[in-house]
Design a protein around this ligand. Structure first.
Ligand code: PMP
Ligand code: GLN
Length: 387
């Protein structure tokens, strides 16, 4: 028999699933896979339940329910002052994961280069390689997650078609500054390329401002900005995402969505439209709660001798294991923590190109989107295992 697709056959199961399975096996607290351990807002869930009974259970329109496209457009205006035509500039997708793939499909051809910034989310490289595109990886430099200008400049060239930018960033928790975004915007325009902006953690920043790349001068026409209801409403299982892009690009993203999924569950779309229209207090309390959990975990890890790296947004904080690892690498140490401390984390080396240079071995990622009592219990377990 002929063999199935060789790239996919060789692709390992995602690290999130591996660590979650190990967490279950060892009864560990799961600070690995990034999902909240509380339900999202009850009123949004009620809306989805009601919408199942409203007689609209057949295919939704290709680019999304009008009320959700309206809500995406109005939140672009409310939070960032971006004027968006809901009829032509919004595409609803089945999660940001699909949105990322659809945006890539919309712009790249085989052989095109795509600039990506490591450490990076685990679907970026497989998605672009399956399209025949070639990644040009630039590494942020720990411990401050600084963006190296010379390397970034060098990654752009005549074959570059796009950059994928994730801010607030998973796994680092970095929120790109205006100066960094200005540099990226300059390079994008100099090289006449597109930007795929993964902003799923847009509402999870802690006393720093999230600035969409799309709001910088000259970038409105070049950016595809991706949001996720999973992250904005703590409903990660729903898998509803949305892309905001100029009409000329959105129409091509819609073609990719047509091929991949066609239409996303209408009841969830209805509820997400309702959620996006929640008042500012909702968004403020979401980030305030996440920030206090970040503080709790960060302070506890520091007390235990883990040096933590700056994390101004997302669900995640990265810690340096050097003081405790006794020469073990991040993968081995993360396994040891599951088995001996009963705490699951994610080794940060998993967020680097397996075909690239050796990644850092001294960093692990903790998710703090968990109840404070769970975070305290995890810290207690770490303390007793490490003492
Ligand atoms: N991008 C990043 C950086 C993420 O962390 C996630 C969530 N796991 C996604 C995309 C995917 O989001 P969704 O669950 O909406 O597909
Ligand atoms: N985005 C989540 C994380 O980084 C996991 C998503 C997944 O399991 N695919 O932990």
């Amino acid at each position: 028999m002929k063999t199935p697709n060789s790239y996919l056959s060789g692709l390992p199961t995602t690290i999130f699933t591996i660590m979650s399975q190990l967490a279950v096996k060892h009864g560990a607290i799961n600070l690995g896979q990034g999902f909240p351990d509380t339900e999202g807002p009850q009123d949004i869930i009620d809306k989805a339940a009601e919408a199942l009974q409203d007689g609209r259970n057949q295919y939704a329109p290709l680019t999304g329910l009008p009320e959700l496209r309206e809500a995406v457009a109005s939140s672009n205006r409310r939070f960032y002052g971006i004027d968006v035509d809901p009829a032509t500039e919004v595409v609803v997708t089945s999660g940001a994961t699909e949105a990322l793939a659809a945006c890539l499909m919309a712009v790249v051809e085989p052989g095109d280069e795509v600039v990506v910034i490591e450490p990076l989310y685990d679907t970026y490289l497989p998605a672009l390689r399956l399209l025949g595109a070639v990644p040009r990886c630039v590494r942020l430099q720990p411990p401050h997650w600084s963006l190296p200008e010379a390397e970034l400049r060098a990654a752009f060239g005549p074959k570059t078609k796009a950059i994928m930018l994730n801010s607030p960033m998973n796994p680092s928790g970095k929120v790109f500054t205006r100066e960094e975004l200005e540099l990226i915007a300059t390079l994008v325009q100099e090289h006449d390329v597109y930007a795929i902006c993964d902003e799923v953690y847009e509402h999870l920043t802690f006393h720093v401002k999230h600035i969409p790349l799309m709001t910088l001068p000259g970038m409105r026409e070049r950016c595809m900005r991706i949001g996720s209801a999973g992250k904005s409403f703590s409903l990660t299982g729903w898998k509803v995402g949305y892309v905001t892009a100029p009409a000329s690009l959105a129409s091509v993203v819609a073609k990719a969505h047509q091929v991949l999924v066609f239409a996303t569950a209408p009841n969830l779309q209805c509820a997400v439209a309702y959620g996006l229209n929640k008042d500012d207090d909702y968004y403020l309390s979401l980030s305030a709660q996440m920030e206090s959990q970040r503080d709790l975990l960060r302070d506890g890890l520091e007390r235990l001798g883990f040096q933590t790296l700056p994390a101004d947004g997302s669900y995640f904080i990265v810690a340096d294991i050097s003081r405790h690892a006794e020469g073990r690498g991040d993968v081995e140490f993360a396994r040891w923590l599951i088995e001996h401390a009963g705490v699951a984390t994610i080794p940060v080396s998993a967020f680097y190109d397996p075909e690239g240079a050796v990644p850092p071995q001294n960093l692990i990622r903790f998710a703090f989107c968990k109840k404070p009592e769970i975070l305290r219990e995890a810290l207690k377990r770490l303390e007793s295992a490490l003492s």
